[in-house]
Structures are given as structure tokens and as C-alpha cells.
Ligand binder design. Sequence first.
Ligand SMILES: *Cc1c(COP(=O)(O)O)cnc(C)c1O
Length: 403
Amino acid sequence: MKNSLRALPDEKGYFGEYGGRFVPDTLMQPLIDLEAAYNAIKDTDAFQNDFAEILKEFVGRPTALTFCANLTAACGGAKIWLKREDLTHTGAHKINNAAGQILLARHMGKKRIIAETGAGQHGVATAAAAARMGMDCVVYMGAEDMRRQEANVFRMRLLGAEVRGVESGSATLKDAVSEAMRDWVTHIDETYYLLGSALGPHPYPMMVRDFHRCIGQEARQQILEAEACLPDEIVACLGGGSNAIGMFHAFLDDADVALTAVEAGGTAIETGHHAARFSGGRTGIFQGMKSYVLQSGEGQIALTDSISAGLDYAGVGPEHAHLMETGRVRYVYAHDDDALAAFETLCKTEGILPALESSHALAYALKRAAEMEKDQILLVNLSGRGDKDMGIVMDKIGKGAAA
Ligand SMILES: *Cc1c(COP(=O)(O)O)cnc(C)c1O
């Protein structure tokens, strides 16, 4: 384990040269306290038992591993398997992390949960976990995002959360993150900040990763049972990076297993209408971490564009920046149109409605499977279900498509 990529981050929260803790003084102590609290309990039987129990009883784990016979035949190459995070409670992998952090919050004696959300998926997962634990919950959300994601705002309120609109900046996710951090320093004693992806200042990238490792651990065991060997390649979509690292982590030391993460290629890379940080971004400091960031020549954070709200973010988790530079994971992108086509293909061939985020991983997988041999195995992490995306899909492919 010592020289393994799985041993990271180091004590300062670095994955190679990425990560760290780039925050104002007022946030430094809360982050140090959080790290200490997490390190003190993470390997205890009591905490691991509580986590296993909530994953089983509330989240709905283990999730299925599904062989796609029709899709495999249609592509004419590798055997395609899906890890079904779409079958979890609230419909995406995000609940794994919300469940883990809510247990940590309870252990720390916190009574009030705050979170930021973009499309509302993390807000819904957090509100659900907070309700189960009997805690107060406040979710910060850009006012623009609230207009675009009305149904999720309503879901959060039904689950007992207070949703606070943020009007500053572009009134989207990065402004909601800033506002949540402000709230945290103001109410530090009773408040736990439940961050939603494997990014931000240390210890969040490590903690969020740890809570999602169950995805890859289960998948590894399930594919060994089903095929008696590991997959040749594993694919996941890449927003902040949590579902991808959760899936990849258990396989980082298996050199024969290729790992591929798929970013949002939007409409085009050349025009800047995308969120492919590893194709159009460079190293920078953004929201508490050093990582790859989409930015202008002067270092202004760039506007991003994607059909899927969950991949539409200018920064990416620092562990991925390191995995890119070491070459262990390959980072590619899929365009909006290809994701939509893959979305339709999975619906028709397998009877599964994938999230548009997950459809980016599928778009790459469909092409890749066709290039592989028939005895090879391609495993795709289906990060979430597509019910939340019906409005966008109806707009894009027309209401007549289903007729
Ligand atoms: C939020 C989300 C993502 C992107 O977030 P990661 O942290 O990169 O996993 C991907 N898929 C779904 C379904 C999501 O809700």
C-alpha cells in the first residue's frame, strides 16, 4: 500500500502537487478540526458498522451489477456491464456521501447541516439524510439554478430543508459554495458543512472519496463472481469527480484494468462551450484547492456549458488532476449530442433511463466496446437515473420522440 496511489493524500492533503487547503484564516481551524474528527473515527468498528447499516437500510446497497446483453450485441464487441448507482435512494450515487457525512456530523455533535447544490441532486440527498437523522438542514442554491430546477427545490422543501437562493455572481453553483462557506464560519459551533463532491479544501476530497469507495469495492466483488476476472476497462463520467473516484479507487493498483473518465464536451471545445477541464483547463487555485480549472488567460473562472447540470463545473477534484498526470486514468470527453444519443440507446435496448451525466460515460463506452474483443469486459458506472432530466430531454429530442 505504501507506494500505491491508493495511499494518498499525504498528511497535508496533497495528491502529488494537487489538493491542499487554500482558504481564509477563519476556515483553517474548522477544517483542521473536521480532519481530526474524521481521522479519529473513520476506522473504528462503531463508525464502520453505522455506515454499513445506513448504506444497507436507507441507501439500498449493494446496488446491482447488470449485464447488458442487447447493448453488447448492438455494439458487437466487449461485454458491457453496468454498476447501478441509479438504483440507490434519491436516484444517484450522491446519497453514499451524504449518508457518510451525516454520521460524521452526528458524531461531532452538530445539529445543523448546511450544503450547496447546483442542479439540486446533492441538496436532495443531503435533505433526505438530514431528515432521517432528525437534523436541521439549510441548502444554498444559485437563484438561476432554482429557476431551472424547480422540482428539486420542491423536493428539498418536502424533505424538510430550507432552500436559500443566492443572487450574487452568476447565481449558480460556485456562488452557492461561497455562501455556504460564509454561513459555516458564522455558525461554526453547531453547524456541519456537507460538501457534495470530491473537491474543495482538505479533508473533503479524501472524505467524499472514502464514502464512495463502496461503489468500486462492490463492483470488484460482483464482477469477480460473475465473470471470474476483473474488467478490461472501467468508465465513469466526471463532474467534480466523486462517482469516478468511488468506482476507480478499488482498481487503482490493478495495472491491467484501464480506467477512463469522461468529461462534458458540451457543444464544442474550441468555442469554450464545454466543461472539459483536462482538455481546456490548466492548473489553478479554485474554491479551496489546487487543481485543474477552466479559466481565462488572466485567471478569471470561465463559464462552462453542458447539457448535464452535474458535469457543468469549472473545477475538478485534485485526486483526478494527479491521476491524470501519473497517466493511471485517461480523461476524455463526450459532446452533448453523443450523450443524448447514448441516453436514447440505453432506454431502448435495456429498459433503463440513465441520467444525462451518466450518458456521457455511456457515449464513450458504446464506441469503445465496438473496438474491443468479444471476450473482453467493459464496466460502466451508471451514476444516476434520468427521471430528473425528462424536461431537458423532451426539449432536445422533441415530445414526438416517445410517440
Ligand atoms: C452530480 C452527479 C454527477 C457528477 O458528480 P461527480 O462528483 O463527478 O460524480 C454524475 N452523475 C450524476 C447522476 C450526478 O447526480
